[in-house]
Design a protein around this ligand. Structure first.
Ligand code: FES
Ligand code: FES
Length: 190
């Protein structure tokens, strides 16, 4: 099997790995890096269970090759945890009842992160549009929408509190407050 060497950053850690040229990003993340939050559903780009963030954009990891990740930054649900604290988005999804069997949840979280970078204060219509590639068989979607709306409130409240206390703007894994600015300037690479 032909292989290729890649340098990739995953969840803020840099890796140099030799990968088969036909290995999908899904297989690389699960089988080489053991990041098992990345779920295999349809394996053909229809369900969104395998969604990860690549350079700020949601990507179906079953549809791209690990070899294409050279020089890129990948985020999975494991990367949402900071110092063992759940991300406000994770807390919100749980509190709103947006997690049942949980199989779709890591992909939902990744798409929601991308959504919040694009629309920091999304409408429900924007949530539905940006999350339409993620299928959930349990929740009926409304609770997932509620969870994302609650996450926005939580993120705003934490930022507001830091401001009142004169502390620096808090950092949340995956959240890039300058995403739109960077995108428009061409800094964010698709
Ligand atoms: S497993 Fe990739 S979209 Fe379904
Ligand atoms: S919570 Fe079960 S598929 Fe979404």
């Amino acid at each position: 099997m032909k292989t290729v060497e890649i340098n990739v950053t995953v969840n803020r850690r840099k890796y140099k790995k030799t990968v088969p040229v036909n290995q999908t990003l899904l297989r690389f993340l699960r089988e080489t890096l053991f990041l098992n939050s990345v779920k295999e559903g349809c394996n053909e780009g229809e369900c969104g269970a395998c969604t990860v963030i690549v350079n700020g954009h949601p990507v179906n990891s079953c549809l791209v090759l690990a070899a294409e990740m050279d020089g890129k930054e990948v985020l999975t649900t494991e990367g949402l945890i900071d110092n063992e604290w759940l991300h406000p988005l994770q807390e919100a999804l749980v509190e709103a009842g947006g997690v049942q069997c949980g199989y779709c949840t890591p992909g939902m979280l990744m798409s929601a992160i991308a959504l919040l970078n694009l629309y920091p204060h999304p409408t429900r219509a924007q949530i539905r549009k940006e999350m339409e590639g993620n299928i959930c068989r349990c929740t009926g979607y409304t609770r997932i929408e509620d969870g994302i709306m609650l996450a926005v409130e939580k993120l705003d409240a934490i930022r507001e509190k830091a401001k009142e206390c004169g502390e620096p703007t808090p950092w949340f894994p995956g959240i890039n407050d300058n995403f739109n600015e960077e995108w428009n300037s061409g800094y964010v690479v698709e």
